[in-house]
Design a protein around this ligand. Structure first.
Ligand code: GDP
Ligand code: MG
Length: 295
């Protein structure tokens, strides 16, 4: 019998959703960053073996007070995760005082799919917070199961996995068995560049950037796989453009080199990357721009 299903991971930003998905799926997905707010889109990660296909989705965190058009759109992605789940994983951070906003609780209550409460970061538990947190949530909402895990230290994941396997129903493979994600290499390259921007630039710069890969050309070099990648970094102001580029182009050169190394690790062969910078004023609030960027 072949089993399959959609397992949607939800929860506030920074609780460890991406880390959990990476830990459940294995090494290759983990190139995807674990920096807060880096996931702006829903990303599917696909687990395959001969008898199972589990499609995990990692949503952008639920932002309680969406202030930009982009945030509202990120929430739309997040809320859509309630609708198409076969199993919902609601992730809590042991160290965050989260009362649960009413909208999320209402959506959780209205969901027919099995709901698991996943308390993450138990590697940090020193003072018995775990019991208090469980008691609190039991009065808010009835979950089908509760798991205590550390996504980072890979604690408690076997129990969670076993339960997911047991819960899944008979079903076909929705994606080819060798596919790791619904997103293509271009998408991951843009995420990698964005992650590198986050690491390299301070303050509001990273959050003002959008990265588009304009061209991804596979080729060969000395009989081995190679790719030429051309992309654009969109920023909202001219001053940000000069910061991205840096003195004499030093900053963007460093960005290019760092990104290239990570992309090479991800695709498994050498690549060439060239990034241009363009100013698009207030892209985060501009409906048409957001559509163009896929929000
Ligand atoms: P997301 O926003 O919900 O996707 O959260 P991330 O997966 O990006 O994780 C946010 C931060 O929490 C990162 O710095 C992770 O390394 C950290 N983190 C995630 N899981 C754990 C865990 O089990 N234990 C500890 N100590 N840190 C964790
Ligand atoms: Mg994330």
């Amino acid at each position: 019998m072949h089993k399959s299903g959609f397992v949607n991971i939800i929860g506030k930003p920074n609780v460890g959703k991406s880390t959990l998905m990476n830990s459940l799926l294995g090494e290759r997905m983990s190139i995807i960053t674990s920096k807060p707010q880096t996931t702006r889109h829903r990303i599917l990660g696909i687990y395959n073996d001969d008898n199972h296909q589990i499609i995990f989705s990692d949503s952008p965190g639920l932002i309680e007070d969406p202030s930009y058009g982009m945030h509202q759109s990120m929430n739309k992605f997040a809320y859509s995760s309630f609708e198409d789940a076969d199993i919902l994983l609601f992730v809590l951070d042991l160290y965050e005082d989260y009362e649960g906003d009413e909208k999320v609780i209402a959506l959780l209550k209205a969901t027919d799919a099995p709901k698991y409460l996943v308390i993450n970061k138990i590697d940090l538990d020193k003072d018995g917070r775990l019991d208090a947190l469980k008691t609190k949530w039991e009065t808010i909402l009835q979950f089908d199961k509760i798991f205590e895990i550390s996504a980072l230290k890979k604690m408690g994941l076997d129990e969670l996995k076993a339960s997911i396997f047991a819960e899944l129903k008979e079903g076909p493979a929705y994606y080819p068995k060798d596919q790791l994600s619904d997103k293509n290499t271009r998408f991951f390259v843009s995420e990698i560049v964005r992650e590198t921007i986050l690491q390299q630039y301070k303050q509001e710069i990273p959050y003002s950037c959008e990265v588009i890969i304009d061209e991804y050309k596979e080729s060969e070099k000395n009989g081995k796989p190679f790719a030429h990648i051309y992309g654009t970094i969109f920023v909202s102001r001219k001053t940000q453009k000069s910061i991205i580029i840096g003195k004499g182009g030093s900053a963007i050169k460093k960005l290019g080199t760092e990104s290239r190394l990570k992309v090479e690790e991800f695709v498994g062969h050498p690549v060439f990357i060239q990034m241009n910078v363009k100013v698009r004023e207030n892209w985060r609030d501009d409906e048409r721009q957001l559509k163009h960027f896929g929000y």
